[in-house]
Design a protein around this ligand. Structure first.
Ligand SMILES: [Zn+2]
Length: 253
């Protein structure tokens, strides 16, 4: 039986280049980042039920392409067609410190973002390294190195007997391999090299290939947050490395 299923809501980097922005649903229950198209992509994935079934949202960092989808997702959950289906079951939202404040800044004073104390949402903001559980989901946070002006967290998730690690956005740093320890799947970003003269804030293709070489074969790489115009042909990739595509589902056993 397959322990892990990742549904790709989008695979694009910040500039998109025609892709939806990167985000995933893990085993139908955990949203890995909330790109702008989250609600529409959830409906395409599984209708209203895909939003209803979410138990946990993991926000890696507070750049727009990773968090703007929260506004309309929360509007739907609180006031839309699925609100009656969801009942009293709370949704947990984990992110770096400042996640709620950032969403409040996006939504303004509107009640489409409930008060921080509202029991329908549970805010799990913390520094890394740290660990929490939400029901049967076990989550470790590990700090990665992305934009020096903000905190970027990677997540290692244990659920249904599987281990999935997710980098969010990061440049090459030793913490990626710490994050990947024991993982069945590593979802890894590859937004490419920086502009000339600018410091690196993302992984590039040679770094992702080198990471594939260093990690054990049992850890499959699912590459996302990439520029499709600069990506290698999917059939040229080494064994154990898959390019994520918008709207596709990836079962791993
Ligand atoms: Zn970013």
């Amino acid at each position: 039986m397959t322990a892990i299923r990742l549904d790709c809501l989008g695979s694009g980097f910040a500039f998109s280049h025609g892709r939806d922005w990167s985000g995933f649903v893990l085993n139908g229950r955990i949203l890995l980042d909330a790109p702008p198209q989250t609600l529409a992509a959830l409906y395409r994935l599984g209708g209203a039920e895909a939003a209803v079934q979410l138990d946990l949202v993991l926000i890696s960092h507070l750049h727009a392409d990773h968090i703007l989808g929260m506004d309309l997702l929360l509007l739907e959950l609180e006031q839309g067609a699925v609100s009656a289906l969801r009942g009293e079951r709370p949704l947990a939202v984990a992110g770096p410190p400042g996640t709620y404040a950032r969403l409040r800044g996006i939504v303004g004073r509107s009640d489409r973002l409930p008060a921080r104390t509202d029991p329908r949402l549970v805010w799990l903001e913390d520094d890394a390294p740290s660990r929490f559980t939400w029901g049967d989901i076990d989550v470790e946070r590990i700090e990665l190195q992305h934009d020096p002006t903000l905190t970027a967290h990677g997540y290692r998730v244990r659920l249904d007997g599987g281990v999935v690690a997710y980098t969010g956005d990061t440049r090459s740093c030793p913490a990626i391999e710490v994050l990947a320890e024991g993982a069945d799947v590593l979802i890894v970003e590859c937004a490419g090299p920086p502009r000339a003269g600018a410091p690196a804030t993302h992984l590039d293709w040679p770094e992702v290939y080198a990471l594939r070489e260093r990690l054990p074969a049992r850890t499959r790489l699912l590459v996302t947050h990439y520029d499709r115009l600069a990506a290698p042909p999917a059939d040229s990739l080494p064994r154990g490395m898959v390019l994520a595509e918008d709207g596709r589902s990836y079962p791993f056993d």
